[in-house]
Design a protein around this ligand. Sequence first.
Ligand SMILES: NC(=O)c1ccc[n+]([C@@H]2O[C@H](COP(=O)([O-])OP(=O)(O)OC[C@H]3O[C@@H](n4cnc5c(N)ncnc54)[C@H](OP(=O)(O)O)[C@@H]3O)[C@@H](O)[C@H]2O)c1
Length: 346
Amino acid sequence: MSTSDTVTQYQLLAKNGAFARASVPRPVPGPTEVSFRTRAVALNPADWKQRAWGFAIETWPAVLGLEAAGVVEAVGEQVTAVQVGDEVFGSVGFGGKAAAFQEVVTVDVTRVGRKPKGLSFEDAVSLPLGFGTAASAVVKGLQIPLRTLLPPADSTPRATPLRSVLVLGGSSAVGAAAIQILRIAQPELTIFATSSAQHHARLLSLGADKAFDRATAQADPAEIIAAAPGGEGVDAILDAVGAGGEQLAVFGALRKGGPGLYVQVFTGKDLVVPEGVEHVVASTRFLWALPGGGEVLTLLAGLVDEGRYALPVEVEVVGTGFKAIPGGLDRLQAGLVSGRKLVVSI
Ligand SMILES: NC(=O)c1ccc[n+]([C@@H]2O[C@H](COP(=O)([O-])OP(=O)(O)OC[C@H]3O[C@@H](n4cnc5c(N)ncnc54)[C@H](OP(=O)(O)O)[C@@H]3O)[C@@H](O)[C@H]2O)c1
């Protein structure tokens, strides 16, 4: 087999084990698939959880990574949305040829979009997973249709629209995406968010009406209740980081007699919530099944190009080449990443 018939994967050899480079046969894209050469990958909490817990891994060695951006090298015969040479960004994975941490990523064409024109590969790769996850939480969880983002049939709107939503973890990639999506989807909505104080100004610039210190307000939500419409608390909580599982007091922020809705992004842990609260778990994978789900990254690129969607969190390039991945995952696992996305140039 000649060199060009093989591609490099950065494989995780075992649970909690080391990574190693390996040559594998170059995948041939199926009829609706696209193969692209990786130019940047993002590091996500799911990556360290997979490394540490073996979460969602059936066989070893495994290839991790959920976000990649690069240049299209081959497309299946039914693919028309992108062509060879296009610059794309994608919400990719899980595992095998679809995972991000390899030279060439091969996924269904619905999992990629043309890279926003004004963004580098490194900035673009920070976007897709947070956007997709937050969109899933908004559409499936809060039942707020994204009519400006997705075709009208995307979800059933609530009979009584929500008046207020509290985003827990507003400085996370998912939380900061959710603030922007909510502001676009329902301009008149009251949006509150929690984070450490250093990120409050940014959350307001992304569309939050008010930001609260996450340590104090999640432990005692009196301030949030008072600031909500009518001083009665919020209609719903969108928990981007699973904070409600650790700080049950925050459920007191929900308006008595209101919808009592708690939408929690799946974090890998099951959370128990107080009785009477409607608990919905959201995940990116729900999005792909929605009508129009396959258009999401194209829509995201359009919003970025039009200046309607900003980078939710700061982008930090932690190095060049696969060898920079483990150190970045160590930082994520240690909880040392605040309001930023770690990215590796390839
Ligand atoms: N199911 C899915 O499809 C899916 C997809 C993506 C992510 N996720 C999960 O969603 C979660 C968020 O992912 P991400 O990439 O957005 O994470 P991230 O950006 O790495 O999150 C870091 C941020 O979380 C905030 N934070 C941590 N603990 C908090 C708490 N108790 N209360 C409030 N804020 C807290 C920190 O805020 P401060 O520094 O301001 O304190 C920090 O800025 C992770 O658990 C991830 O595994 C799931």
